[in-house]
Design a binder for this molecule. Structure first.
Ligand code: ATP
Length: 283
């Protein structure tokens, strides 16, 4: 029997690195919103006890390094399952883009196997299991709009931003999150005003959200990859109401209230940029 799970991407409305923990991880505060750009994950149970991953991508391995593979391995071990699974991934989310594609694939596998093998694990428990794979997996289990604190595992649901359009623009480079995080100096980076974004979300105030979105990692990525800064400037000049780099980059997104304007900005970013999408936030 085949089971399908949608694995949507996310954008960061905020990303703040608050400190470095004793265990070596960063203490973070991130408001993330799910968008309707998604990979498609298909799971087929195998009688033999093995994990297979198939996907067509130059940039993503299909062996035990794949986050979807890791998710299946952890799930099987945690719940003592001796069956196997074939995981087929149809990739639509750009890779190493700051859009959480790998984490979303892993979350889809955890959710999917929970159903496929009828294990009945509560979502909160799945989210904690997901943290062993990557800091963004717990959020991807919960989905929609939420704030993640701690290492990424302390989650609180937030209202989605008011209806708007999101233009994604990614240059033809991939950014390693690890290499950006290694350069973080908590005292030197800028810190977004997370509470103001939360206020804007509760009040449904689009302009207030646009004004306060912020990302501590933006300066670091931009200093290494000046094209990210150029894309941000281009998106601001084109008239997007809020513009920010997502995750550790290099994708820059623009928030726009009205479709006509969003379409115009999308057109002007095309040709300037390698990968451009126009999407919506999922409630
Ligand atoms: P984040 O915002 O969580 O840092 P990202 O969007 O920047 O994530 P991903 O697309 O998740 O980055 O990929 C990061 C790395 O993970 C790449 O080196 C990629 O090869 C590897 N990877 C492993 N499994 C997957 C997967 N299923 N999908 C995408 N990338 C994967």
């Amino acid at each position: 029997m085949a089971l399908f799970e949608k694995a949507p991407a996310k954008i960061n409305l905020s990303l703040d690195v608050i400190g470095k923990r004793m265990d070596g991880f960063h203490e973070v505060e991130m408001i993330m919103a799910t968008i309707d750009l998604a990979d498609r994950v298909e799971l087929n149970s195998l009688n033999e006890d093995r994990i297979e991953v198939s996907l067509w991508s130059r940039y993503v391995p299909n062996d035990e390094r794949n986050l979807a593979y890791k998710a299946a391995k952890i799930f099987k071990k945690e719940y003592g399952i001796k069956k196997g699974v074939h995981i087929k991934i149809e990739k639509n989310i750009p890779v190493s883009a700051g859009l959480g594609g790998g984490s979303s694939n892993a979350a889809a596998v955890l959710r999917g196997l929970n159903k496929l093998w009828d294990v009945g694990v509560p979502l909160e428990e799945l989210a904690l299991l997901g943290l062993k794979i990557d800091a963004d997996v717990p959020f991807c289990i919960l989905g929609k709009t939420a704030i993640a604190r701690g290492k990424g595992e302390i989650l609180k649901r937030l209202p989605a931003p008011p209806s708007c359009w999101v233009i994604l623009a990614k240059p033809n480079i991939g950014v390693s999150t690890k290499s950006i995080l290694q350069r973080v100096n908590v005292d030197a980076i800028s810190h977004p005003n997370t509470n103001e974004i939360i206020k804007g979300l509760y009040e449904g105030d689009f302009q207030h959200i646009c004004k306060h979105i912020g990302n501590s990692l933006e300066c670091i990525t931009m200093s290494l990859y000046p094209e990210v800064k150029r894309i941000k400037e281009k998106m601001i000049n084109a008239g997007a109401e809020g513009v920010l780099m997502s995750g550790s980059g290099p994708t820059v997104y623009g928030l726009v209230k009205h479709h006509n304007k969003a379409q115009r900005i999308y057109n002007s970013m095309k040709g300037f940029c390698h990968d451009v999408h126009i999407v919506r936030i999922i409630g």
